[in-house]
Design a protein around this ligand. Structure first.
Ligand SMILES: Nc1ncnc2c1ncn2[C@@H]1O[C@H](COP(=O)(O)OP(=O)(O)OP(=O)(O)O)[C@@H](O)[C@H]1O
Length: 826
């Protein structure tokens, strides 16, 4: 059954080929397109047109006779000459099982749900029908988008695009790769000229929302690769919005190695009497109830025959040692190591680069820039022996040739994820091996699930301890040397804990069974980082417990429980989002971690009859701005403290005697700045400050003594001079009187000052007494000066004491004497 193509302008004139590169829409085939556009339609070779028309009619008649069981070669399929030629050139001669079974119905215009083991050639199974559909309908560039292929990951979309370039090279269609991380404007202007779009869901929806030139009303074919992933909760909203924009009448093809679609999923896609390929009689069923939801409705659960599977049981803290030893023993092999989070992949890559195992290393994960991701993907394709640390971004669909080993270092979320990861090896009838690493708490559940659902007994491997080499000491040394590496290790630690915490299957993943200290040490961390989300969870649990014990608000326990588990499964809800800096860097994009089965057991007796009434309000704690937190921020920003420079009269810089007085240990510490561990060592800082304080006090005492001595000498000199000559004294008195009179006009009246002669005649030993007094009261002076004279260093030692007294508004006897002496002297 062929659908009628909408009449578009310019048909069948301009044709475009998919070209190379990340976006090849109109650009890829512009050359030939421009030529053909220049030619008037009438000039197109009529015989060629007639031949194409005849070919189409011929093929149409053969569609009804397709017998999948009789087909041994692609040539036996009623395919266009252009497709046949490209298939032959790419050495695709014999169709695989899934291709044999699905191409026929797809050519006939039926909806297809295809499921087949990894590496069995599903990509061609949908690309050939797409090309043929457009060919049969004489599609041209001006007809707009004819087919949209959706893939859950960018790398997979890129790979499909590359395969399309191979099998569609003799056709004149234009194709575009629409994935995130690329130039949106560039895509925007060319999308309407593409006949086949290969996209990721998010980017496609963005164009639908923002691009007025993008029109999907002409679209006739929809393909979902890795359909179960596209339809699961992570993409649910996006996909629903996308589907709303599609014309309701269309052909839909769904393919995956693990089809877990329910009838409800298929209803969302408007499937009409779909043909099931590879389901072995099973068909999608009704949405399972909450109780049965744990077992996915998986139609195909099989791994390639030539894949050897084994598993090993290790404590979490031994994983790095095992991995290091494994890599050292498989230096000439192509290995993918799957971990749970981007930060772990990043850390393992960085630390192993430093450790230099002797094999090239790569890391592929979602937070890398798109161009880098593609470069790493291609690098891994090319290299014959290499180790790639990866998240599940590479677990689905990617067709890496000759991968010898897949190591699942962190336990997969479920059996279907295990299959997809393992399927990166032993592809297309080649050999490969898969090693699953489990912790003791994961072993029982995972192995029995694999046995139940895959019907296989995975071999358990015992590791010979003699073959294990621990890189722990080296790792610790590197972490001590490179603070940024230590920060990466801390993030890796937290992200693994968070990933376990968020897993929906609490029987498989129990965060409380982990030995956090040992795990932190295995990553090379001397101090176990705080885990704020766990602390918060435990704090709430405690609150709950207290409430329960008090017996009041018994009815609010169940709603709280569900709230807690919801927050646990969705990354903490609103409150978590606005939470501390510590948690900011952990963002969980997938939202399909609905808590199923048993959540973390908050309380054995919680499954009681208690009904939801008043939800418990967890008080919001305001975050205090402490000095420590400010200092932490400053440290993070790597701010430099201002330094003080003193200049002499010539403008030369003078040595700052303050810094010279620094405590010995402080100076040593400044010299050895490389030892700085980037944090605040309170004990050490306190000791340094105490030491510095002693220096400061001692220096201050010396300054006070010096100043007093100077004052005494001055006073003594003046007194001797005063005694020496009466005439001079009289003269001086006159002068002083004149001066006083002349100054009194514009200065202060000093007549109230005591007569220094009287004072000194009566107390000849006053200065001596002062001396002994000042010396004995050094300590108390210190204390006084501490309060009033804090900036003593900046006051010149020659400065008259009365100036200081004025400043402090305190007039002591000493001050009075000093003023008088200075007046006498002037
Ligand atoms: N008919 C064929 N003859 C020879 N090689 C083929 C054929 N079909 C596909 N291949 C090759 O098999 C490999 C796997 O194909 P493909 O990536 O389509 O598998 P898949 O089923 O989509 O795998 P996954 O489930 O992992 O996505 C590719 O290298 C492809 O070129």
């Amino acid at each position: 059954m062929q659908r009628q193509k909408p009449k578009g302008p310019g048909k069948p004139g301009s044709r475009f080929k998919p070209g190379s590169g990340t976006f090849k829409g109109a650009g890829g085939g512009r050359k030939s397109g421009d030529n053909s556009q220049k030619r008037p339609r009438q000039e197109i070779n009529k015989s060629r047109l007639a031949a194409t028309e005849a070919e189409i009619q011929d093929l149409k008649t053969k569609y009804a006779e397709i017998d999948a069981t009789a087909i041994k070669k692609f040539a036996q399929f009623p395919l266009s000459k252009k497709t046949q030629k490209a298939l032959a050139e790419s050495k695709f001669v014999h169709p695989t099982q899934v291709q044999r079974d699905s191409i026929g119905p797809a050519l006939q215009g039926k909806d297809v749900l295809g499921a087949a083991i990894t590496g069995s050639g599903k990509t061609l199974a949908f690309l050939i029908p797409v090309l043929e559909h457009l060919f049969m309908n004489k599609w041209s560039r001006t007809d707009g988008v004819g087919a949209i292929i959706i893939s859950p990951t960018r790398e997979l979309a890129y790979q499909i695009f590359e395969t399309l370039k191979k099998v569609g090279k003799h056709h004149d269609f234009s194709a575009g790769l629409i994935i995130g991380g690329k130039n949106l404007k560039f895509e925007r202007t060319r999308m309407d000229q593409c006949n086949i779009l290969i996209c990721t869901p998010g980017r496609l929806l963005q164009h639908m929302d923002e691009n007025p030139l993008f029109n999907t009303s002409t679209m006739e074919m929809l393909v979902l690769d890795e359909a179960d992933r596209c339809l699961d909760m992570g993409f649910q909203k996006t996909l629903n919005s996308i589907i709303e924009n599609f014309p309701p009448v269309r052909q839909t093809l769904l393919f995956s190695a693990t089809q877990t679609n329910t009838v409800q999923d298929l209803a969302r896609l408007n499937l009409k009497d779909p043909v099931y390929v590879g389901y072995g009689g099973a068909t999608p069923r009704e949405e399972p109830s909450a109780s049965t939801k744990k077992t996915p409705n998986t139609a195909v659960l099989a791994v390639p025959e030539l894949l050897q599977q084994s598993y090993v049981v290790l404590n979490l803290e031994d994983k790095i040692t095992m991995l290091w030893s494994f890599i050292k023993n498989h230096l000439k092999q192509k290995i993918i190591v799957f971990v749970a989070s981007c930060k772990q992949a990043k850390y393992l890559y960085e630390i192993f680069c430093k450790l230099r195992p002797g094999s090239p290393l790569l890391a592929l994960y979602g937070t890398l820039h798109q161009d880098r991701r593609i470069a790493i993907y291609e690098d891994f394709l090319r290299k014959s022996h290499v180790v790639m640390f990866s998240t599940d971004v590479a677990s689905r669909g990617l067709d890496f040739p000759a991968v010898n080993w897949v190591v699942q270092l962190d336990c997969p979320e479920d059996v279907s994820q295990y299959i997809h990861r393992a399927g990166r090896s032993a592809r297309n009838k080649t050999r490969g091996e898969c090693l699953l690493v489990l912790t003791p708490s994961e072993e029982e559940y995972m192995i029995s699930a694999l046995k139940e659902q895959l019907n296989i007994d995975i071999r358990c491997v015992q590791i010979d301890p003699k073959k294990l080499f621990s890189p722990r000491v080296k790792i610790e040394a590197f972490l001590a040397q490179f603070p940024e590496l230590r920060a990466t290790a801390q993030r890796a630690f937290l992200s693994y804990i968070k990933s376990v915490f968020l897993m929906r299957n609490k029987r498989l993943f129990n965060v409380f069974s982990l030995d956090l200290d040992a795990f932190a040490q295995s990553l090379g961390l001397a101090v176990t980082p705080r885990v704020p989300f766990l602390e918060k969870f435990l704090w709430r649990q405690k609150q709950l417990q207290q409430q329960k014990e008090q017996g009041d608000n018994a009815k609010s326990i169940n709603p709280l429980l569900s709230k807690l588990t919801k927050q646990q499964s969705f990354g903490g809800g609103d409150e978590d989002e606005e939470n501390s800096d510590d948690e900011d860097f952990i963002k969980v994009k997938r939202k399909d971690h609905d808590v199923e089965g048993e959540p973390v057991k908050l309380d054995e007796e919680d499954d009681t009859e208690n009904e939801a009434e008043a939800p418990l309000v967890v008080p919001k704690r305001e975050k205090l701005v402490t000095k420590a937190s400010l200092a932490k921020k400053a440290l993070k920003k790597n701010l430099q403290v201002n330094s003080k420079l003193k200049f002499d009269d010539e403008g030369e810089t003078m040595a700052d005697d303050r810094s010279q007085m620094k405590a010995l240990s402080a100076r040593q510490r400044t010299v050895n700045q490389d030892d700085d561990d980037g944090g605040i060592n309170l004990v050490l800082s306190k000791a340094l400050l105490t030491e510095e304080d002693q220096y400061d006090k001692q220096r201050f005492r010396e300054l006070v003594k010096k100043r007093h001595k100077l004052q005494r000498e001055k006073l003594r000199k003046k007194a001797e001079e005063a005694k020496g000559s009466d005439d001079e004294e009289e003269q001086q008195d006159d002068d002083n009187a004149d001066d006083a009179g002349s100054e009194s006009d514009h200065s202060v009246d000093l007549s109230w000052l005591p007569d220094p002669d009287k004072v000194y005649k009566n107390k000849p030993n006053a200065s001596d007494r002062n001396e002994s007094k000042s010396e004995s009261s050094d300590a108390s002076d210190d204390e006084k000066a501490d309060d009033s004279d804090g900036d003593d260093d900046d006051v010149s030692d020659d400065e008259p004491a009365y100036k200081k007294s004025k400043l402090t508004n305190k007039m002591t006897l000493m001050d009075t004497e000093a003023i008088a002496a200075s007046l006498l002297g002037s």
